[in-house]
Design a protein around this ligand. Sequence first.
Ligand code: CU
Length: 557
Amino acid sequence: MRLLSPSLLPSAAALALLMAAHAKQVYEYWDIGYLITNRGIPNLESKKAIGVNNHFPLPVVRADKGDTLILNVHNSLDVGTSLHAHGLFQRGTNYYDGVPMTTACPIAPGTNFTYYIPLDQAGTYWIHGHSKEQNFDGLRTPLIINEPEDPHNKIDEEFLFTFEDWWPITFEQSMDIIAAPHGLEYIFGKLPGALINGYDGALARPLAFQPGKTYRIRLVNMASMPEAEFVIDDHDLQIIEVDGVRTKPKTVKVVRLAPGQRLSVLVKAKPSSNLNYNYHITIMGDYLPSIPGIFPITHTSPIIYNNKSTEFAPTAMPLASEPFDDINIESLEYLPALIADRSLFLNLTSGFTENEYSHRESINFKVYRDPIVPTMFTALTTPDSMAINPITYGPQTSAHVLKYDEVIEVLLWSPTERPHPIHLHGHVFQVIERGSVKDKTGAARKIVPQHIAGYSPLMRDTVMVDVGNYVVIRFRADNPGVWNLHCHFDWHMGQGMNMLFVEAPKQMKEILKVPEQIAEQCRRQGIPVEGNVVGRTTYNYDGAPDLPHLHLTSPFV
Ligand SMILES: [Cu+2]
């Protein structure tokens, strides 16, 4: 028998020990409470915002891959709250995904709850409220997970930019307004300001560049509605990461991010320091009115090579080049286009309720409403034969039950005048195809080359479905749990554009070991944790939340 030196061949156990030696616990204490503020934006009314530890901006959370994030929350609000780590797979920890009535119960007012989140992925993520769209009122912050072995650690310096819209009204106030006839017209009289890194965008900080160096810039769009564009005059941006997924380097002039999306770009500084430059951040949205000087908002700030010079390179604004298209970016890790086992067609559309003509957003005309029992508990406590039947979760959750390891293709289409940044929890998906719903010639159709050996379609967790467009995505159901698919425009989510994938319920029962504190939060609020959508162990759904019938048009519009 041939023996290998242990020093040449570390055992799995030795490797695990090695990893454990580096892994650490990253501890955060967050007291979530109200603050009256306009976030320092001139001429904007203050509102009742939701902050952490009586302060804005929220703490930026930084950790290394392999660490565990221990996030101890105290809820000082008078309503429930919860936190979602956007982009993390939560493999085996579905109950820490932070979606009340899907994966757990809300954190009750006046109580504490601790998230224990294993950080198994490196990249750029964010943490935000997932209870009544509390992110709209400020509960959102980046989560940066460093990869100790990342070759891009050899960059010279790293910068982070977050983008937020800041409205002078609360989410609750805005929902009342937009649901009413002519609500959108009224609300556009209260346009938001822009926050960059948590402060008034007009104060965006100057950056200092040194000739010949390479910088990594992380971009996080945490906005409730607008998209954000980032450009540096006469500098290339090399995309290396999209939504936490490493990509093959892709050089562009400008990047655009929809709400929920993140990017990392490398920027190589000029070889000399003769000139200074500007960078520009534009907060924009096709659906928001264009008001000269007010919206879209572009904030410009200098990149200083030479602080003795006042000379600047000519500006690239307004932008001439096209924003990048995620169909043309490849993931770094080789994974060819998955072969779909089945396809779903999701019509992202809106309507008006039958009696009040109140506006609602929907998926396939189904307006999401919370079940009586959190769906994860329904999947875990009903017999296998019931747990695989979507009706067990109630019609108003639009639950789709997925088989373990099957590949699902989803065609997302927006036939209305509204764009929808669609986010899937617990996964990244491949972006396979996009085009226009009304295109009869196929000219607008863009599809990844599925038969080119070595081609790896981009994987991401949030994709923009533009006005009148469709997007085809594919993912493998290899993460047992209950995962939301929803629009990341807060108003659309709040109006019901949300649905559930109940993924591999049988395997969920084997894998998920639900901590006692989850059920304790439910019991404290009288929320049942067993049975079907209404808490029964039979096929009796009396009392399930209504599914409102939608009219396509309203007599008021
Ligand atoms: Cu939407």
